[in-house]
Design a protein around this ligand. Structure first.
Ligand code: SAH
Length: 389
């Protein structure tokens, strides 16, 4: 199947951008279906690459700019490249970390595919119909490239909602044995890909959690939007005096409690089931260390304005509850919110709350969530660690 672009619209493809928007397309030869592999041509009929077709604003997700087939061997090659990058980052043979992201979509030139590795279980998430349709080839490639992989689990029902495919989660290869037990920087976490959010764990905060540990000694800690308790476990490892973990999901709080117990025994502090905004409004206490890691407030560019307002309110409230000499770790995982917008928002929050704030660290996603330089949209996790004087 061939897709022809409008005149002049090949320039972004020649700059290796991996998305083709529907407005750039002049003509499609044949009856194209969601997930079909298409060849891309300029108006001058120059071959530009191959990718997956999908209906919607992003019409093609380009997988190669070369004349190669998108088949089992293609996935073996790409996943091998991804594996080599993780080896370079020290993750494939680590003694104290067994959870990492093996495939990060465009960052690994596999637009539409995410694979998280939890020990010998690979959890795959298709974000495009094309990746869903090629799941068998992907599962085979994962087993071939990563020899420890014994099970491949597909968790795509949430990401492919609204498509014409009857997507169900389930095992693609091997036997699933959930929950899984993984190690992150020496801390234990129980992960349930079947029931958890995303693939079951937020791997992207690994390095920020470790940084936080160094600020925890003797602190009273408030971990808002705690999910499975990642930051709380590190805070206690760092000898925090007191930890309050808050999430509005009962399952998340149960998981956080289990993880705290797993690492520190039955007397470990338990979390509170609450809305983070309400909790902040109602608490009279001040904390030495606060973590704000909310879900993406802006899923699309159209929602950025409202999202920035929400981030501002939340950060201003948190700064009010931060004691003098305290540290706030604050994040946005909205792809549509730029780093500059986020910093400006935290700045406004400081002004509203009348706090004198200093930036200690600019925080990001780790190396197993690489950003393709031609795809700046991949820079989704932004954070700041700030100090209140
Ligand atoms: N910091 C976590 C990841 C946070 S994910 C980690 O390190 O693993 C975002 C979490 O926010 C989810 O667990 C979700 O249940 C929770 N959440 C969403 N809206 C909320 C709200 N209004 N109040 C409290 N928690 C909320």
């Amino acid at each position: 199947m061939k897709v022809y672009l409008k005149r002049g619209r090949e320039s972004s493809v020649k700059r290796f951008h991996q998305w083709i928007f529907s407005g750039a397309i002049k003509q499609v030869d044949g009856n194209v279906c969601d997930g079909d592999i298409v060849e891309i041509y300029s108006a001058e009929r120059e071959f530009l690459g191959r990718g997956h077709w999908q209906s919607g604003s992003i019409a093609v997700r380009i997988l190669t700019f070369d004349d190669e087939q998108i088949d089992r061997q293609f996935f073996i090659n790409r996943i091998s490249d991804a594996h080599r990058l993780r080896a370079k980052a020290g993750l494939t043979n680590s003694l104290d970390t067994s959870a990492y992201r093996l495939v990060h979509g465009e960052g690994d030139s596999l637009s539409g595919l995410v694979v998280d590795l939890y020990g010998d279980t690979a959890v795959m998430q298709a974000h495009s119909p094309g990746m869903w349709r090629q799941r068998e080839a992907i599962a085979e490639a994962l087993q071939e490239v990563c020899k420890p992989v014994k099970c491949v689990y597909n968790k795509s029902s949430g990401t492919l909602q609204g498509t014409d495919f009857a997507v169900r989660d389930g095992v693609l290869a091997g036997d699933a044995n959930f929950p899984l037990l993984v190690c992150e920087n020496g801390n234990l976490f129980e992960i349930n890909p079947e029931q958890g959010q995303k693939t079951g764990f937020f791997i992207d905060q690994r390095e920020n959690r470790r940084l936080l540990q160094g600020y925890a000694r003797g602190a009273s800690v408030l971990n808002l939007f705690c999910y499975t308790g990642g930051f709380s476990v590190y805070a206690l490892r760092g000898e925090a005096r007191q930890i309050v973990s808050v999430d509005s999901s009962a399952k998340a709080i149960e998981a956080a409690n289990r993880n705290m117990k797993l690492n520190f025994g039955a007397s470990a502090p338990t979390g509170a089931l609450a809305d983070a905004f309400t909790f902040l409004k109602n608490t009279d206490e001040k904390y030495n260390l606060i973590i704000l890691d909310p879900p993406a407030f802006a899923k699309h560019h159209s929602a950025v304005g409202n999202a920035l307002q929400a981030y501002k309110r939340l950060n201003a409230k948190a700064m009010e509850k931060l004691s003098s000499g305290g540290v706030l770790f604050t994040f946005s995982c909205s792809q549509a919110v730029s780093e500059q917008q986020f910093v400006e928002t935290v700045f406004s929050a400081a002004a509203i709350s009348g706090s004198e704030i200093k930036i200690l660290h600019h925080l990001h996603q780790p190396a197993d969530h690489p950003i393709n330089i031609y795809h700046p949209e991949g820079n989704y996790l932004k954070g700041l660690a700030v100090y209140k004087t």
